[in-house]
Write a protein that binds this ligand. Structure first.
Ligand code: NAD
Length: 493
C-alpha cells in the first residue's frame, strides 16, 4: 500500500490562505480570492488571497520597516547566521509536511519532493556559514595618511517572483542569500502554487527573524507581480520564470536603474558520444527530460546521439519511457505525475501536434493521459524523432515530458547544433574520453555543464544562465554580490 494516496474528492469548504505580511495573516484588500487545484485530480485544494497593488504596497512597507528595525539592522552578522541555521533546521524538521504540501499543489512526485527537501536545509546552513564572512577590503592608497576601505551593505527590500515548478527550492535560492546579506523580502509566488511558500514564511518567523523580514503576497502575475515590479521602494527584483516575462521585467527595471537577477528558460542539449556508456547515458537522458514531468528549466529536451549509438540509445530511452508509471504523485510507485495545470498540459499537447505537422515522428507517447483514472492533467512521456534543430518544437521551450532526439556525426557539428539556440542554461555530455569532456566544457555555450551526470546541483556551486536564460548568479559565494552594494570610504587621518 502506498504511504499516501490522493483522494479525488474535493473538500467541501476550502481553506483560505491569506497573505503573510508583517508577521500576520492578512486578508486581500480587494476581498477577492482564487482557487488553487490539485493537478492530479482537479480537486480544489484551497483559496488563495488575490493580491493587488494595495496588498503589495502594504507588504513592501512592512519589509521596509523591518529593514530599518534595529532588531534586524543592528543584528550582528554572526547572529544573522544563527537565524539562518535555525531556519534550515526548521525546514528539515518540517520537510515531510512541506514536501506533501508542494506535491499536492504542483503535482510533483512526493518521492522527488522528499529528495529535494532532504537537501533544501543545506542552502540555509550554507548561507548561515557565510553571513559573518561578508566583508570589505582595505584598499592601498598612494598617501599613507589616507585610509580607503570598502563595505558590503545590504540593498534594502528585495522583491522575489517565482514560478510553480519548484516553489520552495527556487524561493530558497533567493531568500537564503538575501537574508544572509541583511535584506528583507517580499515574495510573490506563482498563482498556481502559493501554499508551500506561505508555510515557509511562517517558519522564517518561528526561526526568530523579526516580523516583516519576509512577506508573501499571493496572486496573479499581471496584478500582484506587476505591482511588485513597479513598486518605487524596491531595491532589487530577483525573478525566476519564463524568458518572455523576464524580458518585460528587465525592460521595466532597467529604466529605473534597479538591480535584477533573472533566472529564465532553457532548451538544454544532452549529448551522447559514441564512446559513452550507453546504458548510463540512456538513464541520464530519461532523468534529464522526464523528471518532474519535464517541468524543469534545465530539462535536457534536445538529445543529440552520435550515429554509431543512435539506434541503441533510442531503443533504450523509448523502452524506458514506455514503462514509466504514470499516476498519483503521492504514491511511491509512481514515476511521472501530472503537468501543474490544465493550460500547461494543453501547451504540451499543442507542441507535440505542432511537431507532427512539422514532420516529426512520435516514437512513443504523444497523448494525454488520465493518470490511471485520477482525471488530472497528465501527458505521456514522449520521444520525437525525425526532427531537426530548425523545427519550432526543437527550438522553443515546451516545459513538459517531450524529448527530441537527433543523430550527429562529428564533434564540431554537435557543438554547433547544441549552441544554435537562444538559450544557454545547461548542457549534458556523455563520454568516456576525458579530453573530449574538457573540450566540450570549453565549447558549450551554457552556464552549467554536466559530464556523465545530469541535474547535479549544490548551494555551494554558482549557476548562471547564459544568453536568454538569465542575468546574474544564484548559489555559491558569488550570489552575495547580487544582494549587497559596495561602498568606498576615504578617511584623511
Ligand atoms: P512565468 O514567467 O509565467 O511566471 C513566473 C512568475 O512571474 C509567476 O509568479 C507569475 O505570476 C509572475 N508574472 C507573470 N507575469 C508577470 C508580470 N507581468 N510581472 C511580474 N510578475 C509576473 O513562468 P512560469 O510559467 O511560472 O514558469 C516556467 C518558466 O520558468 C519556464 O520558462 C522555466 O524554464 C522557468 N524556470 C527557470 C528556472 C531557472 O533557474 N533558470 C527555474 C525554474 C523555472
Amino acid at each position: 500500500m502506498p504511504e499516501h494516496t490522493t483522494s479525488p474528492s474535493a473538500p467541501s469548504s476550502p481553506t483560505r490562505r491569506h497573505h503573510h505580511i508583517g508577521g500576520e495573516q492578512v486578508e486581500p484588500a480587494s476581498g477577492a480570492w482564487f482557487e488553487s487545484h490539485n493537478p492530479a485530480t482537479r480537486a480544489t485544494l484551497y483559496l488563495a488571497a488575490r493580491g493587488d497593488a494595495t496588498d503589495v504596497d502594504r507588504a513592501v512597507r512592512a519589509a521596509r520597516t523591518a529593514f530599518e528595525d534595529p532588531r534586524w539592522r543592528d543584528l550582528s552578522q554572526t547572529r544573522r547566521g544563527h537565524l539562518l541555521r535555525r531556519l534550515g533546521d526548521l525546514v528539515a524538521e518540517n520537510a515531510d509536511e512541506l514536501a506533501h504540501t508542494e506535491s499536492l499543489d504542483n503535482g510533483k512526485l512526493l518521492r522527488e519532493m522528499r529528495g529535494q527537501l532532504a537537501s533544501l536545509p543545506e542552502y540555509y546552513w550554507y548561507y548561515a556559514g557565510l553571513a559573518d564572512k561578508i566583508q570589505g577590503d582595505v584598499i592601498p592608497t598612494s598617501d599613507r595618511t589616507v585610509l580607503n576601505y570598502t563595505m558590503r551593505e545590504p540593498l534594502g527590500v528585495v522583491g522575489a517572483i517565482t514560478p510553480w515548478n519548484s516553489p520552495l527550492t527556487l524561493t530558497t535560492s533567493k531568500l537564503a542569500p538575501a537574508l544572509c546579506a541583511g535584506n528583507t523580502m517580499v515574495i510573490k509566488p506563482s498563482e498556481h502554487t502559493s501554499a508551500s511558500v506561505l508555510r515557509l514564511a511562517e517558519l522564517v518567523e518561528e526561526a526568530g527573524f523579526p516580523p516583516g523580514t519576509v512577506n508573501v503576497v499571493t496572486g496573479f502575475g499581471a496584478e500582484a507581480g506587476q505591482a511588485l515590479v513597479d513598486h518605487p521602494d524596491l531595491a532589487k527584483i530577483s525573478f525566476t520564470g519564463s524568458t518572455g516575462t523576464g524580458s518585460r521585467i528587465a525592460a521595466n527595471v532597467a529604466a529605473r536603474f534597479l538591480g535584477s537577477t533573472l533566472e529564465l528558460g532553457g532548451k538544454s542539449p544532452n549529448i551522447v558520444f559514441g564512446d559513452a556508456d550507453v546504458d548510463n547515458a540512456a538513464m541520464g537522458v530519461v532523468a534529464g527530460i522526464f523528471a518532474a514531468a519535464g517541468q524543469t528549466c534545465i530539462a535536457g529536451s534536445r538529445v543529440f546521439a552520435h550515429r554509431s549509438v543512435y539506434d541503441e540509445l533510442l531503443e533504450k530511452v523509448a523502452a524506458r519511457a514506455r514503462t514509466i508509471k504514470i499516476g498519483d504523485p503521492l504514491d511511491a510507485a509512481t514515476e511521472l505525475g501530472p503537468l501543474a495545470f490544465g493550460d500547461q498540459r494543453d501547451k504540451v499537447a499543442g507542441y507535440v501536434d505542432l511537431g507532427r505537422s512539422e514532420g516529426a515522428r512520435v516514437l512513443t507517447g504523444g497523448r494525454a493521459s488520465d493518470g490511471g483514472g485520477l482525471g488530472g492533467y497528465f501527458y505521456e512521456p514522449t520521444v520525437l524523432v525525425d526532427v531537426d534543430n530548425d523545427m519550432q518544437v526543437v527550438r522553443e521551450e515546451i516545459f513538459g515530458p517531450v524529448a527530441a532526439v537527433m543523430p550527429f556525426d562529428h564533434e564540431d557539428e554537435v557543438v554547433a547544433l547544441a549552441n544554435d539556440t537562444e538559450y544557454g542554461l545547461a548542457a549534458g555530455v556523455w563520454t568516456r574520453d576525458l579530453g573530449r569532456a574538457h573540450r566540450m566544457a570549453n565549447r558549450l555555450d551554457a552556464g552549467t555543464i554536466w559530464v556523465n551526470t545530469y541535474r547535479a546541483m549544490s548551494p555551494m556551486s554558482p549557476r548562471q544562465g547564459f544568453k536568454n536564460s538569465g542575468v546574474g548568479v544564484e548559489h555559491g559565494q558569488e550570489t552575495i554580490k547580487e544582494y549587497t552594494r559596495l561602498k568606498s570610504v576615504w578617511i584623511n587621518t
